[in-house]
Design a protein around this ligand. Structure first.
Ligand code: KIV
Length: 272
């Protein structure tokens, strides 16, 4: 079933103009209506419906298990909660690594069923046939290089990528290929800041960093991490802007104690 599709204030050309003007681009994840309303209302440029939903919403230890149907469910909720931001949806693991027609069909389902503005695909040269086919169908594609969590079993861990010359050269080559293919932007995750700065200078498309230093054209974080909802997760690049874990835990404890001692509900909170 298709949903109404609208053009938002932040478009691919608005993002390109921001890069040209040297204006930084802000991006955060969201996976549900209420969070999207807050993030969009605060004025974010891009909302990513990330497959990190597998971790923060579903509790899986990797992003691999989340399905296309589950991503579509999250994306529909986010689109309903956002007015202004460009909404981009992760293509889940497995949708882009084989037959390009499967990739295109999956991207078309995301666009038709959610009303989102584009898709994000992890990987470089090996994903080009799928990326080109999706772009040729008129769907904006955001690339994602460096640490690509969908390849975690191949990478062997979540450490810094492209420290060695060979991997840095491949990343640079992949970035140029994605740029030439017409990606409207690209995430670079957990790579040295000097490499991210070089890529950012060399490509036309805006680069969005996460653990990739200050020279990227924009920055992205997982919203649950920057709000301090995940107590244990504290990588070097993460700045916590709130301690919602403590705020929420204290609120729930307060509620439990009010219920137990009979002070909730009080006379004003009920009908006689
Ligand atoms: O899924 C996700 O949240 C992401 C960001 C970390 C960029 O891909």
């Amino acid at each position: 079933m298709s949903v109404e599709s609208k053009v938002r204030a932040v478009t691919t050309s608005a993002l390109a103009e921001m890069k040209a003007r040297g204006e930084k681009i802000s991006m955060l994840t969201s996976y549900d209506y209420t969070m999207a309303k807050i993030v969009d209302g605060a004025g974010i440029d891009i909302i990513l419906v990330g497959d990190s939903a597998a971790n923060v919403m579903a509790g899986y230890s990797t992003t691999l298990p989340i399905t296309l149907d589950e991503m579509i469910y999250h994306a529909k909720s986010v689109v309903r909660g956002s007015e202004r931001a460009f909404v981009v949806v992760d293509m889940p693991f497995g949708t882009c690594s084989g037959d390009e027609r499967v990739a295109l069909e999956s991207a078309i389902r995301i666009m038709k069923e959610t009303g989102a503005d584009g898709v994000k695909i992890e990987g470089g040269e090996e994903m080009l046939p799928s990326i080109k086919k999706i772009i040729a169908a008129g769907i904006p594609v955001m690339g994602h290089l460096g640490l690509t969590p969908q390849s975690i079993h191949q990478l062997g861990g979540y450490g810094l990528r492209a420290k060695e010359d060979a991997e840095a050269e491949k990343l640079l080559r992949d970035a140029r290929l994605l740029d030439e293919a017409g990606c409207f932007a690209m995430v670079m995750e957990k790579i040295p800041a000097s490499l991210a700065a070089r890529v950012t200078r060399e490509v036309k498309m805006p680069t969005i960093g996460i653990g990739a230093g200050a020279e990227c054209d924009g920055q992205v974080l997982v919203v649950h991490d920057m709000l301090g909802m995940n107590k244990g997760f504290k990588p070097k690049f993460l700045r916590r802007y709130a301690d919602l874990h403590t705020v929420m835990t204290e609120a729930v404890e307060h509620y439990i104690s009010d219920v137990r001692e009979g002070s909730y509900p009080n006379a004003d909170e009920q009908w006689q």
